[in-house]
Design a protein around this ligand. Structure first.
Ligand code: AMP
Length: 227
């Protein structure tokens, strides 16, 4: 199965994406993670990308599009979950073209919907447990509020990710995401239109609820869509 996942930073896209990846045994192809790997390894591509990433801007399409499409061809033979790409309308068109050329099917497009204010609060309230980054803690979400200043699951020390507190960078990322003319939502709606033409399936889930509720809704909608 080949899947695209959309959702603003703070919507739980990463969490739901990991669950889908495990359940359907998909190669998780995450553009942001590929960039981070390049930066860690000090490659030329990594050096170029870092300038943009640090400012919360998109890495130019000339760098991003070939990099992602190549990874998809190499690692995506037995099913993939593409996460973080496409992020604008141009990337969406290029992806669709490449899929046609490769004879790859796009089975499903998932959009996790969340309003901008809530998404921002979620990012800024996020606290990372030193013992396990998968212990969810957020000072703004009652269901996963830390206990005092400690992890609600294991009592571990909580840290703040520095980029989670950079309001200007969060706003910039959200400006790109919520742009329905040329940005990420425009890319999502490009696929929604293809779904209306019967070329793929498009699923929308409400990202404002807790992880388990979203997961259940997502799985039942996937099951219905793939019938
Ligand atoms: P993420 O981990 O998805 O938040 O990505 C981190 C950063 O990598 C983004 O803020 C962008 O600077 C860059 N990036 C990731 N995916 C793309 C993409 N599809 N197009 C351009 N830049 C991207």
């Amino acid at each position: 199965m080949n899947v695209l996942i959309f959702g603003p930073n703070g919507s739980g896209k990463g969490t739901q994406g990991s669950l889908l990846k495990k359940k359907f045994n998909l190669a998780h192809i995450e553009s942001g993670a590929i960039f981070r790997e390049h930066i860690k390894n000090g490659t030329e591509l990594g050096k170029k990308a870092k300038e943009y990433i640090d400012k919360g801007e998109l890495v130019p399409d000339e760098i991003t599009i070939p990099m992602v499409l190549e990874t998809l061809k190499k690692q995506g033979k037995d099913g993939w979950l593409l996460d973080g790409f496409p992020r604008n309308i141009e990337q969406a068109k290029k992806l669709w073209e490449a899929l046609q050329e490769e004879g790859m099917k796009l089975d499903l497009v998932v959009e996790i919907k969340l309003d901008r204010e809530t998404a921002k609060k979620r990012i800024m309230g996020r606290r990372i447990c030193e013992n396990d980054p998968n212990h969810p803690n957020n000072i703004y979400i009652d269901a996963i509020k830390p206990i005092g200043d400690r992890c609600r699951i294991c009592g571990g020390v909580l840290k703040i990710r520095s980029d989670d507190q950079d309001e200007a960078a969060i706003n910039k990322r959200h400006d790109i995401y919520y742009d329905t003319k040329t940005g990420t939502l425009a890319a999502a709606y490009y696929f929604k239109k293809l779904a209306e033409e019967g070329k793929t399936k498009y699923i929308e889930v409400d990202g404002s609820r807790d992880i388990e509720t979203i997961k259940q809704e997502l799985l039942s909608k996937i099951e219905a869509a793939l019938k």
